[in-house]
Design a protein around this ligand. Structure first.
Ligand code: SF4
Ligand code: SF4
Length: 355
């Protein structure tokens, strides 16, 4: 499975880099053509300014839109961020991430359609069906646009995990509660990816995130764009380029692609060694019924920085286990908390951090 590596110093050069990748993978017309509806699924974990590197950069999305439009196809952009699955919240996230300028600068549609329906998964690893946004289901072509970031729970978040955003609103934190433990969670993510099976993944690794990802880490110049038809192959290539051990990434470990089958083409990838968490999931060898006890004894807790908290209550609303009670400040019940870190991811002030 081929992964194209394109070295790229800044977003101004991203269109040329992506175009070269498509040409070297067989030509853009292999992936989309005139008259088709091409749905772009970037990373909108939450509303955050582009320079924080939490979301796929709007200039990167614009570059892909321009290539799609030059081919005579129509581009539609959608994601479901962490939080309530309603239009108002989506609008807020789009604005904060500066994605609202994309339809002003191109002919793309920024979709506010939060409707969804169940997609059957008769051969799912753990899911038999999954709710998926209708916009995704109605696409002729799906292009996955992940951001290269670290992740407190899964070590790294990339192409496979980015498709988790096709699942609507609060179903995502609910799945955290339902599919605990590294193996179950990874199998669920792989099933969600398979429910939509993106035709192409193009990763924004120009500025990525190291340290306490996926929301509270540090932006870092990585200067690369990775492109592949296989999200799993792309994730392996991204981890290798950034010094992350692929055996520690649950979606790679539980995936079905042999690392030997990944072929890199294009430029020589950089040899980096980014700061990343060791991963915070209950390991596979802990029996399901012991998961809560293990989490309580050995896993990092989401700790509050009271001076940063604005008492918005978002953490209380997203917690899948009702472990947070809002007084003036949030209070967390450690016996209920399953260490999913959804609260830390959604906090608009980075007032909760796993420690
Ligand atoms: S911790 Fe963050 S999400 Fe929770 S109430 Fe405070 S600011 Fe809001
Ligand atoms: S308190 Fe935070 S980490 Fe714990 S279960 Fe709730 S959302 Fe997850």
């Amino acid at each position: 499975m081929k992964v194209h590596v394109g070295l790229c110093q800044d977003y101004g050069d991203s269109q040329r880099t992506i175009l070269r990748a498509l040409e070297e993978l067989g030509g853009a017309d292999r992936f989309f053509r005139k008259g088709q509806k091409v749905v772009l699924k970037p990373n909108l974990l939450k509303g955050a300014p582009p320079e924080k590197a939490v979301t796929t950069h709007p200039d990167f999305i614009i570059s892909v839109v321009r290539i799609v439009e030059d081919a005579g196809a129509r581009a539609v952009i959608i994601d479901s961020p962490g939080g309530p699955g309603n239009k108002r919240f989506l609008q807020r996230c789009y604005e904060k991430s500066e994605w609202t300028r994309i339809p002003r600068e191109t002919g793309a549609e920024l979709s506010y359609d939060v409707s969804y329906s169940q997609v059957p998964l008769p051969h799912g690893r753990i899911l038999k069906s999954v709710p998926v946004l209708k916009v995704i289901q109605e696409a002729d072509v799906i292009i996955n646009l992940p951001k290269l970031k670290t992740h407190g729970l899964t070590v790294y978040t990339g192409a496979v995990k980015n498709m988790y955003g096709t699942v609507p609103g609060m179903t995502k934190p609910a799945f955290h509660g339902q599919y605990r433990g590294m193996h179950r969670f990874a199998r669920m993510l792989l099933d969600v990816h398979d429910a939509s099976s993106p035709d192409l993944s193009i990763m924004d690794g120009i500025v990525g995130m190291e340290g306490k990802g996926p929301a509270g880490g540090d932006p870092i110049k990585m200067n690369m764009v990775l492109t592949s038809q296989s999200a799993q192959a792309l994730d392996m290539a991204a981890c290798r380029a950034t010094g992350i051990d692929i055996s520690k990434v649950p979606t790679i470990r539980m995936g079905d692609l042999d690392p030997k089958d990944v072929e890199l083409i294009g430029d020589t990838p950089p040899k980096m060694s980014i700061k990343h968490p060791v991963g915070g999931m209950v390991p596979w060898w802990v029996p399901e019924f012991m998961g809560g006890i293990f989490a309580n004894m050995y896993m990092k807790r989401p700790v509050l920085y009271p001076d940063r908290c604005i008492s918005c209550g978002d953490c209380e609303r997203i917690c899948p286990e009702d472990a947070i009670t809002m007084k003036k400040l949030p209070r967390i019940s450690w016996s209920k908390c399953i260490r999913c870190y959804c609260c830390a991811e959604i906090c608009p002030k980075d007032a909760l951090e796993p420690r």
